[in-house]
Design a protein around this ligand. Structure first.
Ligand SMILES: Cc1ncc(C[n+]2csc(CCOP(=O)(O)OP(=O)(O)O)c2C)c(N)n1
Ligand SMILES: [Mg+2]
Length: 333
């Protein structure tokens, strides 16, 4: 990160980026702890190490823009303005959660914030984001959609079908690939014949951009560029952000597949302390200001955990609320 670049970015943006990256990192660590303590049932796929992609990309979007997220989605949701209280409650399967405690970690949505949903189906977000972009184009709305996905998901047919139509119709959509070098335990070079997945955009007639996924400002710039292109009617972009996840595919993963020295090399480029160091070196924020942000994140998470723990679990008489099906005729429960 270039120290002199600080003057290009408004201070409130730099603060927001640091706050959100800290929130994502600490939310993940807190959720892992609370899962071990029994508050959270089910799987957690944490995004520790990938905070810069989630936060940098979302910061370049407007409130009205929408995202689709993945099984590794906590960072995307917090980046788009998700409230850690309702997220923690959803992870804890409480009826005060974003999806009434029915969805859990993998299925959080909030349409008011433009979060069209995390998704347990790998590649499930491509048609949703592309369909939203088609709606914006048909209505003439100045809005775009961004689909987050992984290096594994880009090999799904749904990517290729969505990318083809998006390219053909010049839809206002960004395909944002978080290439963390693995799909579960399979290294990227054993699941695709090319190292740079951004190359695939060329086959569908739109640009593919490679960005350092551990540099939040580089991610922000790339996403902003793609967004302007989409709003100008020039169509989609594929952004490939090279990054790495520091924890297992899921909590409990024995991680036997990592290559020697790989984790340590990426941890030396940890995006959260790297941005902290950059902010200090660029004199954008001083140590006291950074510590204040960090402690306010901890208080926010204390509240989130307490809120989740104090909330009721869904009751039987709520079972049909929020269910989009005709329960009056034909269907018997
Ligand atoms: C359609 C489908 N196939 C397989 C799975 C099982 N699965 C869950 S996560 C995952 C790997 C996804 O890899 P990637 O897209 O690189 O995302 P990452 O986990 O690295 O963030 C797989 C195969 C699934 N959930 N959905
Ligand atoms: Mg991956």
């Amino acid at each position: 990160m270039d120290k002199d670049k600080s003057t290009h970015y408004p201070l409130d943006l730099l603060k927001r980026l640091f706050r959100r990256m800290t929130l994502v990192r600490e939310f993940e660590l807190r959720a892992i702890k609370e899962r071990r303590r029994g508050l959270i049932p089910g799987f957690i796929h944490s995004c520790v190490g990938q905070e810069a992609t989630a936060v940098g990309a979302c910061a370049a979007l407007s409130q009205a823009d929408v995202i689709t997220s993945t099984h590794r989605g906590h960072g995307h949701l917090l980046g788009k303005g998700g409230d850690p209280k309702y997220m923690m409650a959803e992870l804890a399967a409480r009826s005060s959660g974003y999806c009434l405690g029915r969805g859990g970690s993998l299925h959080i949505a909030d349409f008011d914030l433009g979060i069209l949903g995390a998704n347990g189906i790998v590649g499930g977000g491509f048609p949703v984001a592309t369909g939203a972009a088609l709606a914006y184009q048909m209505r003439g709305d100045a809005q775009i959609a961004l689909a987050f996905f992984g290096d594994g998901a880009i090999n799904e047919g749904s990517f290729h079908e969505a990318a083809n139509l998006a390219g053909l119709w010049k839809l206002p959509v960004i395909f944002f690939c978080e290439n963390n070098l693995y799909g579960e335990g399979t290294p990227q070079d054993m699941q695709a014949p090319i190292a740079d997945l951004a190359l695939r955009a060329g086959g569908y007639g739109f640009p593919g951009v490679i960005v350092d996924g551990n540099d939040v400002l580089a991610v922000y710039d790339a996403t902003q560029g793609a967004r302007h292109r989409a709003l100008a009617g020039d169509g989609p972009s594929l952004i490939e952000a090279k990054t790495y996840r520091f924890r297992g595919h899921y909590e409990g993963d024995p991680q036997v597949y990592r290559r020697p020295g790989e984790l340590e090399a990426w941890q030396a480029r940890d995006p959260v302390p790297a941005f902290r160091t950059w902010l200090l070196a660029a004199s954008a924020l001083n140590e006291d200001e950074l510590v204040e942000i960090e402690s306010s994140v901890q208080s926010q998470l204390d509240e989130a955990v307490a809120f989740a723990a104090a909330s009721p679990t869904p009751q039987v008489d709520e079972a049909l609320s929020g269910v989009y099906a005709d329960t009056h005729e034909g269907l018997v429960f």
